[in-house]
Design a protein around this ligand. Structure first.
Ligand code: MN
Length: 241
């Protein structure tokens, strides 16, 4: 039976080697037998460009490439932390890069995949910044800057976003249900999978008179990972450490 796995929000960084080890073990063990692995953004806590490859980046990319070489399809969607992932990353890891949003077919079902930040439409400041920094012109200019400058910019970006988050109400940083409904209606799906909010759940609701589901992927923490498994028509969120 075909098996598909989904992960997001690992926020890998050198300061947390345990989470990196957990991910490498996940690639060797759980993901090995899957037909396909979807990574829906924020695999890295920061990604400043494919030309920056200080340790532990090469080890992580090589492990992903090794999985792809054994026959598991790897698909990667950029998140707000790793939106600078590009073609070189894709070539080394064997990942297919996905647009956000993206509709795929799993077990004869159309499924909408997103990182999730686009659904947080109540956070107007965030959405404004997002559309600015995700524009091709901005990205092109950013990638021409020297690496030390990009490292400094990424740190500044994280600091400012941390400050903004601490000032905002919790509800503002969750998805807006009207945006969820509208996005799913436009895509013609009754299943949506995303990460970003760090509020793992399987939400069931009515969409135009039909049962609809929104699955939120868990974030990884030191010593604990989580993933969504689709096996036939059964969808389960599983934890492991
Ligand atoms: Mn995110």
């Amino acid at each position: 039976m075909a098996e598909t796995l989904f992960i997001s929000d690992l926020h890998l960084k050198p300061e947390h080697p345990d989470t990196i080890e957990l991910f490498l073990r996940f690639l060797r063990e759980q993901a090995r037998d899957a037909n396909r692995l979807y990574i829906l953004g924020d695999l890295f806590d920061a990604w400043i460009g494919d030309d920056y490859d200080a340790p532990p980046i090469p080890k992580i990319l090589a492990a992903m490439g090794a999985l792809a070489a054994t026959g598991t399809d790897l698909c990667f969607m950029r998140g707000n932390r790793d939106f600078l992932v590009g073609e070189r990353f894709a070539a080394i890891t064997g990942c297919t890069l996905l647009d956000d949003p993206c509709t795929v077919t799993i077990d004869n079902r159309n499924v909408l995949l997103m990182h999730g930040d686009l659904l947080c439409s109540d956070d107007i400041d965030y959405q404004k910044t997002r559309s600015l920094v995700r524009s091709p012109a901005f990205i092109e200019e950013l990638l021409t800057k020297p690496i030390p400058e990009r490292i400094a910019l990424a740190a500044e970006f994280r600091r400012r976003s941390g400050e903004a988050i601490s000032m905002k109400a919790q509800e503002i940083m969750d998805v807006n249900q009207a945006t969820v409904v509208q996005t799913m209606r436009e895509a013609g799906v009754d299943l949506l999978i995303h990460g970003h909010t760090h509020r793992p759940n399987h939400h069931h609701f009515q969409l135009d008179g039909r049962e609809a589901t929104r699955i939120v992927l868990p974030e990884w923490q030191e010593g604990r990972g989580g993933f969504l498994r689709a096996r036939g028509s059964v969808w389960t969120t599983e934890w492991w450490s």
